[in-house]
Ligand binder design. Sequence first.
Ligand SMILES: [Mn+2]
Length: 254
Amino acid sequence: MPIIRVPYHLDESLPDLHVPPSAGSVTDVNVELPDADVWSRLAALYEAVAGAVEAEPSMPVVVSGDCTVSMGIACGLQRAGREPSIVWIDAHGDVQTLETTTSGYLGGMALRLLVGYRPELIAERLGFRAVPEERVLLVDARDLDPPEVEYLAAAAVRRSSVIDLSAETLPDGPLLVNVDLDVVDSALLPGLRYPAPDGPDVPTVLRAARAVLDSGRVAAINIACTWHPDVNGTRGVHEQVVSSLLADAVRRDR
Ligand SMILES: [Mn+2]
């Protein structure tokens, strides 16, 4: 199982993003990003990610600093002739827009970009085709902003809790699974950028990920390590959760 390390949070380099020693070989995506606007920089990064994913015949597992990188992964799958459906496991909806966001945080728009929001920002530059909303399963998303609640009420995106996730609830076709580790209860995972309380514990999230892997249809995974990398004393718990996810993916890939 190939592991692709994308050590970035949006367009900011995260050289310390750690991938625990595991059964997979690790390829790094490192790009000289242009001195330009953030969308141009992200497009350059995701072009490289798409190339790395396209080159992998077996299920690539990306370890990254955010969810937006999933567009590069989805694009790589499309280039390899596989139209991915999406399983998005996240405390947040990631369906904000530039027009509705109050924080301005681009990571909060990651899923919305995948389903076709303003393709001129990145998708068109990559040749990425939007994923139809009905092929997206949004899992957890317990912390939504009002504009996201409004969007999801009218959208064809399906919803599930972590505990109810099973082979039967998954969309058809090859699956891109995005696991934002902030889905874990913030009391159990320190140092998160956008902590959300009252979430599932780590074993519950692992069980859900295993249920998806057991479908045998997972084409690629993004493990989004959305924590501050250098908070004292957090590396052990961070490493443990990533290790466990990688171990499950390796087991399934055999
Ligand atoms: Mn996210």
